[in-house]
Design a protein around this ligand. Structure first.
Ligand code: NAP
Length: 283
């Protein structure tokens, strides 16, 4: 029987340090401030935005929410971002994804100043990650690395398999694991015989969004299994991993909910504090 990697507890621990940094900033008159833009009424996006606002309030970060109806024009959204870019009181800007289909997500994300891009999705920050330069790391991949490190399992030299190649999870987490000296393989919807690849993984990270895609026979005994998937099925959140049988086989596994999700929010808070610290140094 494996160990459950408690993302909630790890996030709480991380938040203690983040709160101390917020207090240090407040003591010099800087209130770390995050602007969150929500376009439309997607219930999942509304829930994520609420969770981020709640966590920010707990830590003393000012989270300002800007909500627009789904018909918002591209120009109006870009003007809002320009205004927030120019506001020295705003340290981080987050546009909740997905945006309605008529909006061009790429150009919206690239309008955010890289130094306020606390989600780490701007091309500059993506390039910084690729080339090993300083920049904001995307929150979910950053949280995943913390989760893996919390096991105490050495990453260097291990086989890491990432299932999923999105720009926000799969690709960046693969790069981060490479930075940690793992030997990394990335799988996707066209990969053949997925199980033969995942069975080689000492560290298996699944970021697909398909319930029970990863079954116990696809997991190496003693592996660290990180389940990023979040699917709403029959009124319950489920991950990509067939949890109970894989828990029997793996050394560590993240639950859904309560694994990657809380760490993602904690890392967003950390990035916001980093942005505020950098702005106060440069003021
Ligand atoms: P995405 O953009 O839809 O990407 C999914 C990836 O999975 C794609 O690369 C796709 O391959 C691959 N895929 C689809 N079917 C597959 C299959 N049968 N075998 C292997 N690979 C397959 O999703 P995402 O934004 O990365 O998110 C992935 C999941 O993580 C979602 O459930 C999302 O809700 C969750 N998530 C959770 C958090 C959190 O904080 N907990 C944060 C972000 C995302 P192709 O590229 O070939 O299409």
């Amino acid at each position: 029987m494996g160990n459950i990697l408690d993302g909630k507890a790890l996030a709480q621990e991380a938040c203690k340090g983040i709160k101390a940094r917020v207090e240090a900033l407040r003591n010099i008159g800087v209130v770390p401030t995050l602007a969150v833009i929500l376009v439309g009424e997607d219930p999942a996006s509304q829930l994520y935005v609420r969770s981020k606002g709640k966590k920010a309030a707990e830590l003393g970060i000012d989270a300002r929410q800007y909500t627009f109806d789904a018909g918002l024009s591209q120009d109006a959204l870009l003007s809002k971002i320009d205004e927030l870019n120019q506001d020295p009181g705003v340290h981080g800007i987050l546009v909740q994804l997905p945006l309605p289909a008529h909006l061009d997500t790429g150009s919206v994300l690239e309008r955010i100043l890289p130094e306020k891009d606390v989600d780490g999705f701007h091309l500059y920050n993506a390039g910084a990650l690729l080339t090993g330069r300083p920049g904001f790391l995307p929150c979910t991949p950053k949280g995943i690395v913390h989760l893996v490190k919390s096991t105490g399992v050495e990453i260097a030299g291990k086989r890491c398999v990432v299932v999923g190649r999105s720009n926000i999870v799969g690709k960046p987490v693969a790069l981060l694991m490479l930075r940690e000296d793992a030997t990394v393989t990335i799988c996707h919807s066209r990969s053949q015989d997925l199980g033969s690849i995942t069975r080689e993984a000492d560290i298996l990270i699944s970021a697909v969004g398909r319930a029970k895609l990863i079954t116990a026979d696809m997991v190496k005994p003693g592996a660290v299994v990180i389940d990023v998937g979040q699917v709403r099925l029959e009124g319950k959140w489920q991950g990509d991993v067939d949890y109970a049988p894989v828990l029997e086989k793996a050394a560590y596994i993240t639950p859904v909910p309560g694994g990657v999700g809380p760490m993602t929010i904690a890392m967003l808070m950390e990035n916001t504090v980093e942005a505020a610290e950098a702005a106060s140094r440069n003021a």
